[in-house]
Design a protein around this ligand. Sequence first.
Ligand SMILES: NC(=O)c1ccc[n+]([C@@H]2O[C@H](COP(=O)([O-])OP(=O)(O)OC[C@H]3O[C@@H](n4cnc5c(N)ncnc54)[C@H](OP(=O)(O)O)[C@@H]3O)[C@@H](O)[C@H]2O)c1
Length: 299
Amino acid sequence: MPVSPAARRPPTSTGSEGRPVRAGTVAVLGATGKTGSAVAAAALHAGLAVRGTTRHPGQADGPAGVEWHQADALTGDGLTHALTGAEAAYLIVPNVHPAEVEMVDLVAQAATEAGVDRVVYHSVADPHDARMAHHLRKARAETVLRGVRPEAVVLRPCAYQQNLLGAALAGRLEVPYRVSAPFSLVDLGDIAEVAVAALSGQLEPGSTHVLGGPEELTVEDLARTATRVLGRPVTASSITIEQWRSGPGARTQGCALTDLLAMFEAYDQTGFTVDPTPLTHLLGRPPTTWTQLLSKETS
Ligand SMILES: NC(=O)c1ccc[n+]([C@@H]2O[C@H](COP(=O)([O-])OP(=O)(O)OC[C@H]3O[C@@H](n4cnc5c(N)ncnc54)[C@H](OP(=O)(O)O)[C@@H]3O)[C@@H](O)[C@H]2O)c1
């Protein structure tokens, strides 16, 4: 669903504060992060002007062409200023952040104060899964957001293919849950494409969209496919929680640690699968497969 210039709204005259609103300008919160930089890059590619927010504009590392603004969604510092003049805002909260609900509330209020026409919130698939506190926070944040901005569009992605891409390219998938658990991993590029459509006003106001990848694959399947596509061995193995805590998770503490351990337990029990049909409809084509993503890396 490429965003054609014709699909964009015509230039708007003023925001709610009477300040000029630049047509085709969108704000992406957390544009330095994994998700935000993908959304910002896709928006730029679609011809939109992109304001990226970061707490540290002097050190901001993100797609070339982003206009950086300082903003902190925890304190509210700089938010309204960063959003004023944008037609649409993409709202991303850092992963497993304990204040997700409060941050979403603050950004939604600031977007309204700034006269932003459209708000799009990056939630998660299965936000009501009570096994994971960070999913429940996203469910609460969706409710709070709808209280402030009933017309907001909510995207609920499954886990990304990109989470395991680097490890696959390095030849070793190691996860702290069983390697036979199934996942509908989704390409972050596909998510960004839908995000741009939402920012451009192409999705129904007030709608919610589950974004899942086209296949249910276990980590063993991912490794087998990567071995075939990359033409070199890629292994899959489970590590214990203790090994994860003394290795990749060594710097994770507090609420984030509790959240991630609960997530690993849920993944171990059931994996994380969702219906790929809504994403297929939104894209107007089948979502990107793991094979296609890996093939791009080899071409
Ligand atoms: N990874 C997945 O598979 C997946 C799946 C579904 C949903 N999600 C959700 O996607 C979201 C983003 O995850 P991610 O991995 O892309 O995040 P990330 O790479 O860790 O990026 C987080 C961003 O948040 C910004 N940030 C941190 N503290 C902030 C604050 N106080 N105020 C404003 N911005 C702040 C950071 O910007 P600065 O440091 O530059 O300020 C950074 O750009 C999370 O909510 C996650 O739950 C992820």
